[in-house]
Design a binder for this molecule. Structure first.
Ligand code: ASP
Ligand code: MG
Length: 244
């Protein structure tokens, strides 16, 4: 079994949460080969954006991506350290090291292909921990995939390695039929088709980045939306047909 595990910013917002995530990964690693994809800690990307805007209203887009990408560099290194500290060998990788090649549309780059040299680590029992959100152009400029783009990084890596599942761990425990923060008796769904999920994402459901759903559909990668704080719950399966 090959699983990509992606953790969003709220899941790695502080050191205790990073340690919690390391435990979830260690558990999963007992039964599957895993690649981990991480967002920047908490509201780091907002804070970096605001620094740039204190200099100019219109930051140079290449430099803005160089800046924003640093948030994910921090979280992968810390998470790899947290895994090593509990006895799981792990190595951090940025987009350049993982070969996540994109076009040069800074701030909204599209992934062209991924080389993902993970087999070397897997053959030694090492868990690769990869930056979400980042890419690299053929000219070796750093790009970002658009806000919330780590979901797309995770699904694209899952497609590149032929993963059985791409698990998106977040601060809710699945996909609901309405916004649970607004509608009190919103129901959690066991299954959502790619088409329905794409409609929800385009209508503003924040749970998955729309491009990640399109990528999952194109490559037929089953995505499970799961809660970082309820890791034993299987969450919501997003796929083309209901699986038993
Ligand atoms: N860190 C980026 C953001 O806050 C990417 C992501 O979290 O998916 O938008
Ligand atoms: Mg997200």
């Amino acid at each position: 079994m090959k699983i990509v595990m992606k953790f969003g910013g709220t899941s790695v917002a502080d050191i205790d949460k990073i340690k919690n995530v390391a435990n979830i990964i260690a558990n999963q690693h007992q039964t599957a080969d895993v690649v981990v994809v991480v967002s920047a800690m908490g509201k780091t990307t907002n804070a970096l954006t605001s620094l740039a805007h204190q200099i100019t209203d219109k930051p140079n887009l290449r430099e803005l991506d160089a800046l924003l990408s640093t948030g994910e560099n921090t979280s992968v290194a810390l998470l790899a350290m947290a895994l090593n500290a509990i006895g799981c060998s792990a190595r951090s990788y940025n987009a350049w090291q993982m070969g996540i090649w994109t076009d040069d549309n800074f701030g909204d780059a599209k992934i062209k292909y991924i080389t993902a040299p993970i087999w070397h680590d897997w053959s030694k029992g090492i868990i690769p921990v990869v930056t979400g959100f980042q890419g690299i152009t053929y000219n070796q400029d750093i790009t970002t995939l658009g806000r919330e783009g780590s979901d797309t990084s995770a699904v694209a890596i899952a497609a590149a390695i032929g993963a059985d599942y791409c698990d998106i761990y977040t601060d809710v425990d699945g996909v609901y039929d309405a916004d649970p923060n607004v509608i009190k008796d919103a129901k959690k769904l066991d299954f959502v088709s790619y088409d329905d999920m794409l409609k929800m994402a385009n209508n503003g459901a924040k749970v998955l980045h729309p491009r990640s759903v399109m990528t999952a559909q194109k490559h037929n990668i089953p995505v499970r939306v799961r809660g970082t704080f309820t890791p034993n719950d299987i969450g919501t399966l997003v796929a083309c047909v209901r699986q038993k």
